[in-house]
Design a protein around this ligand. Structure first.
Ligand code: NAD
Ligand code: TDX
Length: 331
């Protein structure tokens, strides 16, 4: 079977390509990636000879039509993915997340490929810190940021294309991922590479915001479970019961890197900062029999810190530019 992976040079997409080649030899993989600031061809170095790589945009209808026309399955990871960037300049988020998804859906409609749409729990907005509730597939959409609203828009396009045109599609909304190859703009890699660079970690506000952490390999094994056994038109929430507030995560990073507990700076909070995300993954676990492998966050985090220690050549060229952009905003 031929699989088209969009955004395969990004964090989750690259890990997905590695896992697919390792564990699902039935697929021949083509990656379509625009190589924005977030895409890194080096993340695919180890599999370069085993995949086809196409440099191009999901919003380019000609390229997309050609590639979708010769694939059986499309897994759509490509996106502008960072909330802080969407607050600085929302325009690319509209183009890639909304127009790009529309472009893929139209090609899928023409050619009849099976489509899986990768999305985020942020489409549901946020929960109160003291609320026992979690997001379920029935939670109403209520996105807060330009990033999450464009992801919500793309999800709704997929649902409409299923209902109106009968395309064969599934959706997944996952919580916060961590693991190798994550861009240093994101929370965990930023703090780890700060420590490794002799800089102090930066915590937004009081650090009470809660995220539901999942290892990227567990996200990707859930995507494969959905590809194998998911029902068309259905939405599956992916999460591994990993709720932690940002202060707790930072405390672990400091402990695991041998830093004093107070060796960080509190910086300007994110505008509109969502308080808490939490996933109820019952449907995924009971219907599809999926279970996560990384159940100890501390171990997964320690392995991730080791990866950044051992792959400085991968992240070092990105670091100064990211820190300069944050510093310009007091972050
Ligand atoms: P990322 O920013 O690390 O990677 C995005 C990739 O998409 C990059 O390789 C980039 O070059 C590529 N890209 C961007 N615009 C493109 C375009 N127009 N055409 C083709 N390629 C383009 O993102 P990520 O963290 O790996 O996220 C992947 C997907 O997972 C996104 O859809 C995101 O919304 C979703 N998601 C992420 C998380 C998380 O914690 N990171 C959680 C839930 C869902
Ligand atoms: O330096 C920082 N300090 C800090 O306290 C950064 C970069 C972030 N934070 C906080 C903000 C959030 O509460 O850490 C938390 C995590 O921040 P991000 O890594 O930017 O992730 P988040 O905004 O939660 O979104 C992530 O998860 C859902 C991904 O970036 C999205 O693509 C995904 O949809």
């Amino acid at each position: 079977m031929r699989m088209l992976v969009t955004g395969g040079a990004g964090f989750i997409g690259a890990n997905f390509v590695h896992q697919t080649l390792r564990e699902h030899p039935e697929y021949e993989v083509t990656v379509l990636d625009a190589l924005t600031y977030a895409g890194n061809p080096a993340s695919l170095d180890a599999v370069r000879d085993d995949i086809e790589f196409v440099h191009g945009s999901v919003a380019d209808a000609d390229v997309v039509d050609r590639l979708v026309g010769r694939c059986d399955v499309v897994v759509h990871f490509a996106a502008e993915s960072h909330n802080d960037n969407s607050l600085r300049d929302p325009a690319p988020f509209l183009q890639t997340n909304v127009v790009g998804t529309f472009t893929l859906l139209e090609a899928v409609r023409r050619h009849g490929a099976r489509y899986h749409h990768i999305s985020t729990d942020e489409v549901y907005g946020d929960l109160e810190l003291d609320d026992p509730a979690k997001f379920t597939p029935e939670t109403p959409y209520n996105p807060s940021s330009p990033y999450s609203s464009t992801k919500a828009g793309s999800d709704l396009l997929v649902r409409a294309w299923v209902r109106s045109f009968g395309i064969h599609a599934t959706l997944s909304n996952c919580s916060n991922n961590y693991g190798p190859y994550q861009h240093v703009e994101k929370f965990i890699p930023r703090q780890v590479t700060n420590v490794l660079s002799g800089l102090r970690p930066k915590l937004y506000g009081a650090g009470e915001n809660v995220r539901d952490w999942i290892h990227v390999d567990d996200h990707n094994s859930a995507v494969h479970a959905i590809l194998d056994r998911g029902r068309s038109g259905e939405t599956y929430l992916i999460g591994a019961d990993g709720e932690k507030n940002n202060r707790e995560v930072l405390a672990l990073v400091l402990e695991l890197t041998g830093q004093p507990a107070d060796a960080f700076d509190s910086v300007t909070d994110r505008a509109g900062h969502d308080l808490r995300y939490a996933i109820d993954a019952t449907k995924l676990r009971t219907e599809l029999g999926w279970t996560p492998r990384y159940t100890e966050f501390r171990d997964g985090l320690a392995a991730t810190i080791d990866w950044y220690r051992e792959h400085e050549a991968w992240w070092r060229p990105l670091k100064d530019g990211v820190e300069a952009a944050y510093a310009a905003q007091g972050q």
